[in-house]
Design a protein around this ligand. Sequence first.
Ligand SMILES: C[S@@+](CC[C@H](N)C(=O)[O-])C[C@H]1O[C@@H](n2cnc3c(N)ncnc32)[C@H](O)[C@@H]1O
Length: 329
Amino acid sequence: MNKDETHLLIKSLLSKRDVKSNINFDQKLDEYFFGSYCTHELKVNNGEEQAYQHLSSTALMTSYLDYYQILKDIPPDQTLCDLGAGYCRGTFLANYLSLNYCISIEYIGTRVAAVKQALKKFNYPIDEVLARNLDYYAIPSAFAYYLYFPKNKTLDTVIAKIFNQASPYLYVCESHGEVLEYLGLFKNVTTIAYFECSLPRHSSQIIKYKVEALNENINWEDDFALWFIQNKHNKAYTICFKYYSHFLAQYLDWIISINELELITHNKNIALRHDSGRIILINEGEEITKITTLYKETLLKVKNKKFKKILKAESFWLEIADGSYEKFY
Ligand SMILES: C[S@@+](CC[C@H](N)C(=O)[O-])C[C@H]1O[C@@H](n2cnc3c(N)ncnc32)[C@H](O)[C@@H]1O
């Protein structure tokens, strides 16, 4: 099939919206790009397997049809950057059909190796695929970003990096049902369009957002979500929460280091998830009392001790896992 025929076929599939035909089309393109590798290896371990057991593993990746919709939506010669790109279907499609550029970032070495091998076979540029861990590396500047990524701490980091770019567009496919609501926390993110997903997903639409760059320093009391995203890299911060201790029969500050926390929504409200899994309901009784760098030294002193919570009234207290308390100083 030549390129013109492929364009026509894609347009026809997008108008029919038949899942089986879409999966079939994706599998054909995977076979074309990856050859025999694809039948065994081409799957994205993204935790969606349980939800979509009736679908083949290739259907867990974003369909080429949806990369087509996105790449066609951005102006000519602009770049899309796929953050957590799996087998980098966007980059293959962009090269195959001479669409806009698609830079793919992925950290699983075997995936990147297979992708680079296939890119070389077609003489497509290998520098459009970056083997990088989004937790540690800067992201390239781009006109638009694509995210099909679960809500976790890495996503907080990725969002912070996107907010530092010069007002990009952002396309998001819902992963486990938490990401779209989470993006609703940010006043600098505006929904501007929807595209129908070509494969079954938690949300049937890919959302297109406009992101306004953050030029001002946000005060946590004015907008906690934006403050958190802007400051989460600063590990010196501790956040203190209002906490009632039955043992001491009084309210204390529960001190947590910012790097142990993830910003989430819980029952549509802003909340934080601690590394232990505990959800802190900052709008429902566990309000933030202060945010400070003053307790950094104290946290270092207790680093090797086993405890559940570090609390402060006049003194510092450690709440031990068995419920007992130890006065620290
Ligand atoms: C749900 S898949 C989506 C793949 C592709 N964008 C798609 O839509 O088909 C998410 C991808 O993000 C990658 N990923 C997860 N954490 C990452 C990190 N810290 N750095 C880079 N990639 C990461 C995973 O390995 C996985 O391939």
